[in-house]
Ligand binder design. Structure first.
Ligand code: HEC
Length: 115
C-alpha cells in the first residue's frame, strides 16, 4: 500500500514539474509568425498588382520564395522616406507598410522566415 502511494506521489510530482516548465517556455517564446497568415496579406494590400504576376511585371513578391529572396531589398525600400524615388510602394500608389507592419516583417526575418 505504501509503495502504491509513493508511486502516485512521484507521478504527481513529475506532472507538476513538466507543467511548470512548459508554461514557462510558452511565456518566453515570441509568437511564431506565418508567411501565409501574417506576411502575404501585407504584400497583397501594398504591393499588388505591380509585383503580382501575371498582372504585374515587376519583381514577383507574391509567394514565399520570392519574398524570402528579396527580403533585404524590400526592407530597405519600404523604410525609405516616401519622397525617395526608390521608395515602395512605388510613388505611394498603394497603402504604405506602417511602422508596426515593418516591425512584423523584421520579426519574421529574425525568426528565419517561417513558411
Ligand atoms: C504601382 C506599382 C508598384 C507597387 C504598388 C509596388 N511597386 Fe515595387 N516596383 C515598382 C517598379 C516600377 C519598380 C522598378 C523601379 C525601381 O526599381 O524603383 C519596382 C521595384 C521594386 C523592387 C526592386 C526589384 C529589383 O529587381 O531590384 C522591390 C524590392 C520592390 N519594388 C518592392 C516593393 C514592395 C515591398 C512593395 C509593397 C510595399 C512594392 N514594391 C509596391 C512598382 C511598384
Amino acid at each position: 500500500m505504501k509503495k502504491v502511494l509513493f508511486v502516485f506521489v512521484c507521478f504527481a510530482f513529475v506532472a507538476i514539474l513538466s507543467q511548470c516548465s512548459s508554461s514557462r517556455n510558452t511565456a518566453k517564446a515570441a509568437p511564431a509568425l506565418s508567411f501565409e497568415k501574417d506576411i502575404l496579406p501585407m504584400f497583397r494590400t501594398s504591393c499588388a498588382p505591380c509585383h503580382f504576376p501575371p498582372d504585374g511585371r515587376k519583381e514577383p513578391l507574391n509567394n514565399y520564395d520570392a519574398v524570402k529572396k528579396n527580403i533585404t531589398e524590400v526592407l530597405i525600400r519600404v523604410k525609405l522616406p516616401a519622397s525617395d524615388n526608390k521608395y515602395m510602394p512605388f510613388k505611394s500608389k498603394k497603402p504604405a507598410f506602417s511602422d508596426s507592419l515593418v516591425r512584423v516583417l523584421e520579426q519574421w526575418q529574425a525568426q528565419n522566415m517561417p513558411q
